[in-house]
Design a protein around this ligand. Structure first.
Ligand SMILES: Nc1ncnc2c1ncn2[C@@H]1O[C@H](COP(=O)(O)OP(=O)(O)O)[C@@H](O)[C@H]1O
Ligand SMILES: [Mg+2]
Length: 273
């Protein structure tokens, strides 16, 4: 059998790339999901920092933190994003609180504005292999969760031709961490899920690759570590099962019901439609 060669982009997170045969296949759109504080942004920062190192064109869209906050977080791990911006290797699109006079501020939180700005940034950075982070996609469907899948599909369909390898982060509640996913997961070529759990009074963080097309990826949940001055690192496979970090089934069932109701936009019983 002929071996298929696949170009892969390393994530730059120590210990992570070996879990996915060296990196994310070029052109993939990967969903990075998990609850707040699990490490999605830091993972994304590493991905971009590696792109800067490798000479890729890099675009980071931030919707939940300011551009300054991303630059500061990167600096804590020794990545100079400010210099990369000056050297035209990186564009940070601030969709949260970018000043009006910054050409890379996003003034409207719509998928159309988003893709137009990203394409503009790609043109500015020039031809060639590019990395894109949208952190997070959730901001675009905050008030209309039913649109999640449609928006994700739209973003992928338009940006597909621009030579991006992309990470799209999404905030997920406990319910969806049980595999009850909506939105970007449906259109994603890969799904990287971050989890957290308190084990004997200590916060532990984990990562599991739930999907990576064309890749023989690890099927184990791995513990990760985030250290000042260093950043994220995969420590070791964990013994914990999904059940150990999940909520009791009765609680989960109720939360899923509530979530479903929200997504399907069914009015509560007793309220006027
Ligand atoms: N300089 C640092 N040193 C060690 N840990 C840090 C540092 N900066 C952030 N963290 C850890 O990372 C967490 C935030 O991770 P983040 O990637 O922003 O989460 P998410 O994007 O999933 O909400 C913080 O709650 C903290 O535990
Ligand atoms: Mg974040």
């Amino acid at each position: 059998m002929k071996r298929v060669y696949i170009e892969r982009l390393p994530t730059g997170v120590e210990g992570f790339d070996p879990l996915i045969q060296g990196g994310i296949p070029r052109g993939f759109f990967v969903a990075v999901v998990g609850e707040p504080g699990t490490g999605k942004t830091i993972f994304s920062i590493h991905f971009i920092a590696r792109g800067i190192r490798d000479g890729d064109k890099n675009i980071y869209v931030t919707t939940e933190e300011s551009k300054e906050s991303i630059i500061r977080q990167a600096a804590m791990f020794g990545f100079d994003f400010e210099k990369a911006i000056e050297e035209k290797k990186l564009v940070i699109i601030d969709a949260l609180m970018g000043p009006k006079d910054d050409p890379w501020s996003l003034t409207e939180l719509t998928p159309e504005h988003l893709v137009n700005k990203i394409i503009e940034a790609k043109r500015y950075l020039g031809y060639g292999r590019a990395r894109l982070v949208i952190d997070s996609m959730s901001a675009f469907w905050l008030d209309k969760p039913a649109m999640a899948r449609k928006y994700s599909y739209y973003v992928k369909r338009i940006l597909y031709r621009w030579d991006f390898t992309a990470l799209l982060t999404s905030q997920y509640a406990v319910t969806t961490s049980l595999g009850f996913g909506f939105g970007i997961e449906h259109v994603a070529d890969g799904i990287i899920r971050f989890r957290k759990s308190i084990i004997r009074g200590e916060l532990k963080r984990y990562v599991i690759i739930e999907k990576m097309r064309q890749t023989e990826h690890s099927l184990r949940m791995h513990e990760i570590e985030i250290k000042d001055g260093k950043g994220m690192k995969v420590v070791a496979p964990t013994q914990y099962r999904k059940e150990d970090t999940a909520l009791p089934p009765s609680v989960t069932a109720r939360m899923i019901a509530a979530e479903l109701q929200k997504i399907l936009e069914i009015p509560d019983e007793g309220t006027e439609a």
